[in-house]
Design a protein around this ligand. Structure first.
Ligand SMILES: [Zn+2]
Length: 350
C-alpha cells in the first residue's frame, strides 16, 4: 500500500486520545499484510512483529509512533440543542471558530463550531478572542434529536481529510502522528527487500497526546534492546525562528540530547550518510515531547533514538508535511535495522 493512501485512510478514522479503538483496528489490518503477527492490547496499542535472520542473539528493536489525536468531548447540551464541549490534548482554542467537526454520538453527526457574525458583535468585541466556554457546536438538529443521539462524554473530531498539494505536500488533521505510522509502513516495505537480523516490533501507540501513556505500557511489554521513536517536529514558517524549526525539503530530522542514546544516534546518522540520505539535526535539550521520553526510562532503561518529520501548523486542522520525508525516514530506519549484525551490542555500550 502507498503510504499516502494509508495516511489518507487513517486520518478519516477517529482516534482521540483514550478512544483509539477504530483507528487501531485499521492499523492492525494493514500491519497484517507486512508483519509475521499482529496483536492489539487492552489499551489499543497495536504491535506488529517482523523477524529476520538466524542470528541467535539478534536484537529486539521497537519502533513507536502514536495513533491518537487531539480532539474534543461533549460536556453539555443546552436547551436549544447546542453542544458545549471541552478539549482533549493540546488544542489551540484560537483555531476552533468555524471548524467543521464530527460528533460521535449514536451515529457520526456532522456539525460546525459557530461564530458570531461581525455585524452582531458589540464594539470592542472584534479584537478579542472567544473563550472555549462561549463556543458551541451546531448539528442543525432540534434539542430533542440532539439529546436522543448525543450524550455527555461523546468524542468529537475535526473534519479535515487529507488534501494533496503540489510537490509531495499534503495537509489535514492528525498527521501528527499518523505520518509516523506511515513511516513504520515504509520501514516494513524496505525490510521486505533487505536482509536483516532482528526481531522488529512496530508499535502504534495510544495516548501520547495526554502524557505518552501508550508508549509507557508498550515499551514495558515489548522490553526491547533498542527503541526508535518516530514523531513530527516543527517545520519552518514565517512566524517562527529558524533555530526552532526545520526545512521541509532537507529530509527527516534526527534528534540529539539527553533523551537520546548518543552512540546509537551517531550510528543512525552514519548509516544515513553512508547511503546518501539527507537528514537534519534537532537539538532536544530536555525530555522530548514524544514517545522517546518514556521509551528511554522504562524498566532498566532502553537506548533510544528519535526520528522526526518536519510538520507545519502542528495541532491544527491543516497540519502540512511532505511525503518525501516520510519515505526517507522509513528508508533510514530500515537500513539502520539492517545494519545490526553479530556484535551489535557494541553500538550500545561505551
Ligand atoms: Zn505527536
Amino acid at each position: 500500500m502507498e503510504s499516502k493512501d494509508f495516511l489518507a485512510r487513517l486520518i478519516d478514522i477517529p482516534g482521540v486520545s483514550g478512544y483509539e479503538m477504530e483507528v487501531a483496528h485499521e492499523v492492525s489490518n494493514v500491519f497484517k499484510e507486512y508483519c509475521d503477527d499482529v496483536r492489539i492490547d487492552d489499551f489499543y496499542n497495536v504491535y506488529g512483529r517482523k523477524t529476520g535472520g538466524d542470528l541467535e542473539d539478534r536484537p529486539k528493536i521497537m519502533l513507536a509512533a502514536h495513533i491518537d489525536e487531539i480532539g474534543l468531548m461533549v460536556k453539555d447540551i443546552d436547551e436549544k440543542g447546542f453542544i458545549k464541549f471541552t478539549t482533549i490534548g493540546g488544542v489551540d482554542q484560537r483555531i476552533l471558530l468555524s471548524q467543521e467537526v464530527i460528533v460521535y454520538g449514536k451515529e457520526p453527526l456532522f456539525g460546525v463550531i459557530g461564530a458570531k457574525p461581525p455585524h452582531l458583535q458589540q464594539p470592542g468585541e472584534r479584537g478579542q478572542s472567544v473563550k472555549i466556554e462561549d463556543m458551541t457546536i451546531d448539528l442543525g438538529l432540534s434539542a430533542e434529536e440532539v439529546k436522543e443521539l448525543v450524550k455527555v462524554g461523546d468524542i468529537i473530531t475535526f473534519k479535515s481529510p487529507l488534501v494533496s498539494m503540489k510537490n509531495g505536500f499534503v495537509n489535514g488533521k492528525s498527521i501528527d502522528d499518523r505520518a509516523g505510522v506511515a513511516v513504520m509502513l515504509e520501514a516494513m516495505k524496505e525490510l521486505n527487500r533487505l536482509h536483516f537480523n532482528a526481531d522488529v516490533y512496530f508499535v502504534a501507540t495510544v495516548q501520547e497526546e495526554v502524557g505518552v501513556r501508550g508508549g509507557t505500557i508498550s515499551t514495558y511489554s515489548v522490553n526491547p534492546d533498542i527503541g526508535i521513536a518516530i514523531d513530527v517536529t516543527h517545520g519552518d514558517t514565517p512566524d517562527s525562528s529558524k533555530e526552532d524549526t526545520h526545512a521541509m525539503n532537507k529530509g527527516p530530522s534526527i534528534a540529539i540530547g539527553p533523551n537520546l542514546h548518543p552512540k546509537l544516534t551517531k550510528r543512525l546518522m552514519d548509516i544515513a550518510k553512508e547511503y546518501g540520505l539527507e537528514y537534519q539535526i534537532e537539538v532536544a535539550p530536555g525530555p522530548t515531547g514524544t514517545d522517546a521520553r518514556v521509551m528511554q526510562i522504562v524498566r532498566e532503561g532502553i537506548p533510544t533514538v528519535l526520528v522526526e518529520i518536519p510538520l507545519r501548523y502542528m495541532h491544527t486542522t491543516v497540519e502540512t508535511l511532505n511525503m518525501d520525508n516520510v519515505k526517507k525516514a522509513g528508508r533510514i530506519i530500515a537500513l539502520f535495522i539492517a545494519s545490526m549484525e553479530e556484535g551489535w551490542q557494541k553500538w550500545l555500550s561505551y
